[in-house]
Design a binder for this molecule. Structure first.
Ligand SMILES: Cc1cc2nc3c(=O)[nH]c(=O)nc-3n(C[C@H](O)[C@H](O)[C@H](O)COP(=O)(O)OP(=O)(O)OC[C@H]3O[C@@H](n4cnc5c(N)ncnc54)[C@H](O)[C@@H]3O)c2cc1C
Length: 302
């Protein structure tokens, strides 16, 4: 973990673009609450296959214009053309956006997409952003401590991660995980290959366990047996389950930060209260200069 300890710590939140005007309103309220914590940026996911791309753009511009935190659009290259990607990248640059999360993307099932585009892998998108805009953007890429489900094997996957770094990525955010050891070992393997960029743990707080177990299954993130069993056993006690989840995730983040992780990227699922509670437990406002509510002021809705 030595490579990680040298970096300043960065704390950020991820949103998905709302599908309705009501969703947009509620996301704005979430963002205003989380802004008080003073994160480095809010990132906004991007649907490959076109489903929500305009909403991503609108959400990013809204954050960029209205928020004191930076906006970080995700861009995925799968199924897109070079021309379309160039237009999007330049448009973000012209709007003053400074971060991009550069991804290959996943096709939504049933999208009817042909699967053809000008780019196949995220390292090609990173190279395009650098070619077009030089050092303008801080480029984040995805990292997989438990390995990407399509990779032929663990070591090939790490080599493929290194391609993104060599193409010009500044920093990485991991897929969510609940096993700290997987993250430490991934960082060690990267260090052996000379990779020293920040690899920021992507952490998904436990909010809606059944939904998150489905996400985990889809992206092959491991939910440890002890955790799955506890969550299942607390199904009839939603409040207790949320409190337990807050403790588990706070301890995981604490351990990662003590081991030298250069920050945390929270997959917020567009909700503030649980991440606020975790933030409070970690005492992060002292570090970011933000202000967090006291736990008794934060209502957890189940
Ligand atoms: C932080 C984060 C945010 C995300 N946000 C979104 C989002 O907004 N929208 C979305 O659709 N998805 C998102 N995803 C999911 C992501 O798009 C999927 O995990 C996708 O399957 C892989 O994306 P990638 O950028 O990591 O791909 P890549 O790095 O391109 O890797 C994909 C696969 O190809 C292999 N590979 C990579 N490069 C090469 C190469 N040059 N030659 C041969 N094989 C190669 C890798 O080993 C891996 O198995 C996100 C993931 C993370 C971790």
């Amino acid at each position: 973990m030595e490579s990680q300890k040298q970096h300043p710590r960065v704390f950020s939140f991820e949103f998905f673009p709302p599908k309705t005007d009501q969703g947009a309103e509620s996301l704005r309220a979430t963002r205003q609450r989380l802004e008080r914590l003073n994160p480095a940026y809010f990132s906004v996911t991007f649907g490959a296959g076109g489903s929500t791309q305009d909403r991503t753009y609108e959400t990013v511009i809204d954050i960029q214009q209205q928020s004191c935190a930076e906006a970080a659009p995700h861009i995925s290259c799968i199924d897109s053309t070079r021309e379309r990607l160039e237009k999007m990248i330049l448009s973000y640059r012209d709007q003053g956006v400074k971060y991009i999360v550069a991804l290959r993307g996943d096709r939504p099932s049933g999208s009817g997409s042909s699967g053809e585009g000008d780019f196949r892998y995220a390292n090609e998108l990173v190279a395009l952003i650098r070619e077009l805009t030089g050092d303008h953007f801080t480029i984040e890429v995805g990292a997989y401590p438990e390995f990407h489900p399509e990779a032929p094997d663990a070591f090939t996957d790490i080599e493929n991660f290194v391609r993104k770094v060599n193409a010009g990525a500044d920093s990485a955010i991991t897929q969510f995980f609940y096993n700290a050891e997987a993250y430490y070992r991934f960082v060690d393997e990267c260090e052996k290959r000379g990779v020293t960029i920040p690899i920021i743990p992507g952490i998904m707080p436990l909010m809606n366990y059944e939904q998150q177990a489905r996400f985990a299954e889809a992206c092959k993130a491991d939910i440890p047996r002890w955790l799955a069993k506890r969550m299942e056993a607390m199904k009839e006690d939603p409040q207790g389950r949320l409190e337990y989840g807050i403790d588990v995730i706070s301890e995981l983040c604490q351990e990662l930060l003590e081991a030298g992780a250069p920050g945390i990227h929270f997959y917020s699922l567009n909700k503030a209260p649980i991440v606020e509670r975790i933030w409070h437990n970690l005492g992060l406002s002292q570090e970011t200069g933000g202000e967090v509510r006291r736990p008794e002021e934060i209502e957890l809705s189940v």
